[in-house]
Design a protein around this ligand. Structure first.
Ligand SMILES: NC(=O)c1ccc[n+]([C@@H]2O[C@H](COP(=O)([O-])OP(=O)(O)OC[C@H]3O[C@@H](n4cnc5c(N)ncnc54)[C@H](O)[C@@H]3O)[C@@H](O)[C@H]2O)c1
Length: 311
């Protein structure tokens, strides 16, 4: 049985990944420091071949024995928070990755686990036209994407100098149940269900690609099992909508009038106009996304209704 150390596995995407890894027969050691974003509705503790270490990846002094790979989801992940207070972003997203690299480097070469690091399409900055490939240069626009780009660069530096076995996945905006309701779509659903209006920065015309967290995690698993160490893989659905249109899909599905549902607020500094990544490389490994945002929205709303009915 292969053993994975997954970090940030109580968070939104990490929790989908752990569920998938356990179902696929991996042993999982989850290292999570339980920030505000950690989910409390998970049943992992009742599952076989799972253990939780409640710890900060920056403070870890050794890696669990016998792990084949580390999948690093642990991060501060919300752009708005990074603009207001960036310290924790540098701490977890940069120093955390530095510590993981050093813990791997401290091991004998034959005993070094692979590091699969979860990055983001935001590291490329605005894609005015076309889609960025993994060879394009990084041009982050805000403290969150700056911290993620810094981590990617550290990983590449450690790979070249010390020959560490590494992989990087850069994915687009994820959606799915379990996301902390500070993020756009979860927040929209919760606000509308509570009879509140959703806030949209600026005119909302900036465009993003949207991927179901489960599709993203299948992509990450594909890269883990079939990717070439040392490589970077973009993971995206190519389903592109403006932020306003994505919010409107939910508003329409819930049958609320747009003027009763959306309020525009000043745009945030560092707002990128469009993200788009080319994911031919991961598709060549045999992966493709299955869900679409429009298809998922009724289920999305149903799950949040159920959650709020238990409050
Ligand atoms: N959410 C998205 O749309 C998206 C898109 C692309 C990339 N990503 C990346 O995917 C990863 C996961 O994102 P998410 O949305 O699931 O995040 P999240 O905020 O929902 O969860 C993060 C998890 O990491 C844990 N954590 C944070 N700092 C830690 C630390 N120092 N040590 C140990 N645990 C720590 C938290 O407790 C939490 O459980 C992040 O690296 C993020 O940058 C997210």
């Amino acid at each position: 049985m292969k053993k994975l150390m997954v970090t940030g596995g109580l968070g939104f995407i990490g929790s989908y990944f752990i569920d998938m890894a356990l179902k696929s027969g991996y042993y999982v050691v989850n290292v999570d420091k339980k920030t505000y974003a950690a989910r409390e509705d998970l049943d992992f503790d009742t599952r076989k071949h799972y253990e939780l270490i409640e710890a900060d990846i920056v403070e870890l002094t050794h890696l669990p024995v016998g792990i084949d790979a580390i999948v690093n989801f642990a991060a501060e992940s919300h752009v708005d928070n990074s603009i207001l207070a960036n310290h924790d972003f540098f701490h977890s997203n940069v120093k955390g990755v530095y510590n993981l690299l050093e813990l791997i480097r401290a091991k004998d070469e034959t005993d070094q686990p692979l590091l699969l690091h979860i990055s983001t399409d935001e590291v490329y900055g605005t894609a005015h036209e076309g889609a960025y490939t993994e060879l394009d240069r990084l041009k982050p626009s805000n403290p969150y994407s700056g911290s993620k780009a810094a981590a990617d660069q550290l990983i590449l530096g450690w790979k070249h100098t010390y020959g560490l076995p590494v992989l990087i996945c850069r994915s687009c905006n994820n959606y799915g149940y379990g996301q902390y309701p500070e993020k756009l779509l979860a927040k929209t659903i919760e606000h509308l269900l509570r009879g509140r209006k959703m806030t949209v920065h600026g005119d909302g015309t900036y465009r993003r690609e949207w991927i179901y967290a489960e599709d993203n995690c299948r992509g990450i698993m594909t890269v883990l099992e079939k990717g070439t160490p040392g490589q970077i893989y973009n993971i995206s659905s190519a389903e592109e909508h403006s932020v306003l249109d994505a919010v409107r899909m939910i508003v329409e599905e819930m049958g609320v009038k747009e003027e009763d549902a959306i309020v525009h607020i000043p745009n945030r500094p560092g707002q990128d106009l469009r993200y788009s990544v080319d994911c031919a490389k991961v598709r060549a490994l045999g992966w493709e996304p299955e869900m679409t945002l429009r298809k998922y929205i009724p289920e999305y709303i149903r799950l949040y209704k159920k959650k709020l009915s238990h409050e």
